[in-house]
Design a protein around this ligand. Structure first.
Ligand code: CP
Ligand code: NVA
Length: 318
């Protein structure tokens, strides 16, 4: 339901919804968000004014670099009638050691929703624990739920329901894979994952996902019959010191034309970007006919606008 007063007033809010990982929402909520994403996207394409977040403010805390996440959240808030504030560690008191709990208490008395991009998932969880307003994970070492929200919307937009389909993950056992795995369990598709020796998938998450995830030693086998092949950089933010070692370890985990040929003829290719052509993906695949990476990137904007609307004003009918 729409809030009638800012949660900074009165007693602490008992139940604030956050989006910290895919498992925070139900299949029904995702169905609603994908419907809203389409409505909001169509309105945007017609340049129809839609300002459900008029006078509302988003604070964005970035402790890692970003292009897409920053622009899509900042532009999205403006398009919904609100505004966004960009904070970094260096330009704020975070770098002087202000406790996360204090940052959360302060920001959540001034703004209506907070997005955080940081290292450890435990940081966003601690922040959320003390926040009076919704908190969104804009990427941690462990999860990248906003990206998967946009990716699944993109799949549905291009090919219809994702339920029952196979999504192949080729590459690092990283945030993106973890979020795909959680989504598979909730939304009823299967992830075929192949990571190089020495880069194992999180065992606890794997156990939680059960039959929704199948692990393959051979990346080509993982791609066989797949409806969506996806990958990510070999070296994620925060792991730069390992770049040279990783280049050797990941050499065979490249999505190329040979791999795409084993997938279902309808298969799409996705990449959260930024990409390294000639490393995790060949130029022929990312710039080829099966690639939907530009739609995928654009859909960050639309999917996150639906997410912001849902978290700040609740379910809407119009
Ligand atoms: N895919 C993604 O999150 O991109 P940025 O790092 O540019 O935000
Ligand atoms: N796995 C990558 C995703 C970047 C959007 C990283 O964490 O750097």
């Amino acid at each position: 339901m729409p809030q009638s007063s800012h949660p900074s007033g009165g007693a602490p809010v008992a139940k604030v919804r956050h989006f910290l990982q895919m498992s925070d929402f139900s299949a029904e909520e995702y169905a609603y968000l994908f419907e809203r994403t389409k409505i909001i996207k169509d309105r945007f394409k017609r340049y129809e004014l839609y300002h459900p977040l008029r006078d509302r403010t988003l604070a964005m805390v970035f402790q890692k670099n970003s292009t897409r996440t920053r622009v899509s959240f900042e532009a999205g808030m403006g398009q919904l009638g609100g505004s966004a504030i960009f904070l970094t560690s260096e330009a704020s008191q975070i770098s002087r050691g202000e406790p996360i709990e204090d940052l959360s208490r302060v920001l959540s008395r001034m703004v209506d929703v907070v997005m955080i991009r940081t290292f450890k998932q435990s940081m966003v969880e601690r922040f959320a624990e003390y926040s009076r307003v919704p908190v969104i994970n804009g990427l941690t070492d462990e999860h990248h739920p906003c990206q998967i929200l946009a990716d699944i919307f993109t799949y549905i937009e291009q090919r219809g329901p994702i339920k029952g389909k196979i999504v192949t993950w080729v590459g690092d056992a990283v945030n993106m894979l973890n979020s795909w795995m959680q989504a598979a369990k909730i939304l009823g598709f299967t992830v075929h994952a192949s990571t190089p020796p020495g880069y194992p998938i999180d065992a606890q998450l794997l156990a939680e996902c059960g039959d929704s995830v199948r692990v393959f030693e051979d990346p080509l086998e993982a791609a066989r019959g797949s409806h969506l092949v996806t990958t990510d950089v070999w070296t994620s933010m925060g792991f730069e010191a390992e770049t040279e070692v990783r280049k050797k370890a990941f050499a065979d985990w490249c999505v190329d034309e040979e791999m795409m040929a084993l997938a279902d003829p309808s298969a799409l290719f996705m990449h959260c970007l930024p990409a390294h052509r000639g490393e995790e993906v060949s130029a022929g695949v990312i710039d080829g006919p099966q690639s939907v990476v530009w739609d995928e990137a654009e859909n960050r904007l639309h999917a996150q606008k639906a997410l912001l609307e849902y978290l700040v004003v609740g379910e809407v009918k119009s």
